[in-house]
Write a protein that binds this ligand. Structure first.
Ligand code: 13P
Ligand code: SF4
Length: 312
């Protein structure tokens, strides 16, 4: 079984060379996909990697909105996603038609719309600027002072940025089904078990959980934070795939997956839809491929480029 996986990974690397492809993987991907990727990172790092690549093909091991973002900024490249069904509950909580209707109904507010990158191209096309968990604070601080702000679609990340910047925003009531499973009870309990451990949480967690954390940050920042911290043990409150990268890059420290109150394992079912087999098949057949109407792509590109310039 292990030998088969190694062979498939080797075949995928070979195929990658033949196709002049680059493999980008999010921190939540299965270990074997992270291990075969050219770049592993958070949404921000992946956006920059997609912008910089000179490969002809991007095999994106992540969820749909991430691959779509890569396509928006790389219209001439072919962007392949191992499983087209790899969506995101947060993105789904804000359909473009509902946001459009909301903006029309509230036209008098002349909202400046800040969209967390976890949204569809249709939502990005309706936004003024995009942000990720890694640069949300910077993006919000740079927003025009004379405009009312609307933050979509994650209410928890939006509330966290409000706390950090003191800037008032109206928040779309969306959330990530994985991160809201962590509760104050489940985190307090594990803290009692590991009293010396430092708690690191993603800003998509609820206020009650963020309050218990020693550090709240993007998945990429989790790596540098844990590397530089004098602590030896860490409770990681985010999707469980994150532990692979932490253990691999910081082998001398101990990482404990933040538990939930039920048997839910803290895995994102969408992120886990991608497998080594599907990635190999996708690059072999050059499908499923991400495509989108040029009009939407063009309108969605502007706020993404604004973000990339802002946080460079
Ligand atoms: P990061 O950009 O921090 O990796 O977050 C992406 C994500 O989907 C969190 O659930
Ligand atoms: Fe979306 Fe949550 Fe999965 Fe991230 S972990 S991709 S926010 S459903």
């Amino acid at each position: 079984m292990v030998a088969l996986a190694v062979d498939l990974a080797e075949e995928l690397r070979e195929l990658k060379r033949e196709r002049n492809a680059v493999i980008l993987a999010h921190n939540y991907q299965r270990p074997e996909l992270q291990d075969v990727a050219d770049f592993v990172g958070d949404s921000l790092g992946l956006s920059y990697a997609a912008q910089k690549t000179d490969a002809d093909v991007i095999l994106f091991c992540g969820v749909h909105f991430m691959a779509e973002t890569a396509k928006i900024i790389n219209p001439a490249k072919r962007v392949i996603l191992p499983d087209l069904e790899a969506g995101c509950s947060l993105s789904e909580s804000c359909p473009p038609a509902r946001l459009k209707a909301f903006l029309e109904k509230n036209a008098a507010k002349n909202y400046y719309v800040i969209a967390y990158i976890n949204c569809s191209a249709g939502v990005k096309a309706l936004s003024d600027v995009i942000c990720t968990s890694g640069n949300a604070e910077k993006v919000v601080r740079a927003a025009p002072q004379d405009r009312q702000l609307l933050f979509v679609p994650d209410q928890n990340l939006g509330a966290w940025v409000m706390e950090r910047t003191g800037r008032k925003m109206d928040l779309w009531q969306g959330n990530c089904y994985v991160h809201v499973e962590f509760t104050a009870r489940s985190i307090s309990k594990i803290r009692e078990e590991y009293p010396d451990a430092v708690v690191v949480a993603h800003p998509e967690c609820t206020y009650a959980v963020r309050m218990l954390a020693d550090e709240v940050c993007s998945t990429e920042k989790m790596v540098s934070y844990c590397k530089n911290s004098p602590a030896h043990e860490f409770i990681i409150v985010t999707e469980a795939g994150m532990l692979h990268r932490l253990k691999k890059e910081i082998p001398d420290k101990i990482f404990i997956a933040g538990p939930t109150d039920n048997c839910f394992c803290g895995e994102c079912r969408y992120m886990k839809m991608n497998t080594l087999e599907k990635a190999h098949r996708a690059l072999l057949n050059m499908e499923p491929e991400i495509t989108l109407p040029e009009e939407i792509r063009r309108r969605a590109e502007r706020p993404i480029l604004r973000m990339l310039e802002l946080s460079a």
